[in-house]
Design a protein around this ligand. Structure first.
Ligand SMILES: [Zn+2]
Length: 238
């Protein structure tokens, strides 16, 4: 018997704690592989604005202050991937899903909708590093410019370079709030690492961003993801 050839990786899920660097990786994969980046917030807003049947249903939950049920969210994803930007020239559905699933029941709902991933990229970063990354953020309440006390310090301590306003340390970026989000991530989303073991690749997200990216790109190429911008990809990897 010949070994089963793994599915080419075209339905990709990005998994990682807040602050693990998912946003940077997602943007690069969109640019390099021409993948459509599906975020639940964007899909919800678009469906509600367009008044699709599922959008109308979703709105009723949101208006009532309730969470949108997992099956409904999967329905929105199923609708979304029918759009041309989620198909290769030969009609293969391909996407990069970020922020969903966050829980085991959501992963089950995704499978039930025939939308399970063929590759899960898990950006693993120690909590201590994430706390350091997020806790050092400072924001300008005047113009919104972001700073970081270690990685992007302002020229004058505590003052916005652009408009001179005193920078603030938002409550979201304070250690207690970050620890709480990390705890929720480990409790709810952590089990997905085991759930997706068969198609999961763990990347050390504590490396320099360029190294994280190069490793993710190598992984996708090794898994036969369709490369739309081969020149750019080669530059990142070499
Ligand atoms: Zn400013």
């Amino acid at each position: 018997m010949s070994p089963v050839k793994p599915q080419p990786a075209n339905r990709i899920i990005l998994l990682g704690a807040p602050g693990a660097g998912k946003g940077t990786v997602a943007k690069a994969l969109v640019d390099l592989f021409g993948l459509s980046h599906l975020s639940t917030g964007d899909m919800l807003r678009a469906a509600v604005a367009a008044g699709t049947p599922l959008g109308v249903q979703a709105k009723s939950f949101m208006d009532a202050g309730a969470l949108v049920p997992d099956e409904l969210m999967v329905g929105l994803i199923a609708d979304r991937v029918q759009q041309p930007d989620c198909k290769s020239p030969s009609g293969v559905v391909r996407f990069l899903l970020d922020g969903f699933p966050r829980t085991l029941p959501q992963a089950d709902a995704l499978d039930a909708g025939q939308l399970g991933p063929d590759l899960v990229v898990y950006l693993a970063v120690d909590d201590a590093i994430i706390v350091d990354r997020l806790c050092g953020r400072r924001t300008c309440p005047g113009c919104g410019s972001p700073f970081h006390i270690h990685f992007a310090p302002p020229k004058v301590d505590g003052i916005c370079d652009r408009c001179g306003t005193a920078l603030v340390h938002r409550s979201d970026d304070q250690e207690a709030a970050i620890r709480k989000r990390l705890e929720a991530f480990h409790r709810q989303t952590g089990p997905l690492v085991g759930r997706y073991a068969a198609c999961l690749v763990t990347i050390d997200g504590a490396q320099a961003p360029a190294d994280v990216l190069a490793q993710v790109v190598r992984t996708l190429r090794a898994r036969g993801a369709i490369v739309e911008n081969a020149g750019q990809t080669a530059n990142v990897v070499s």
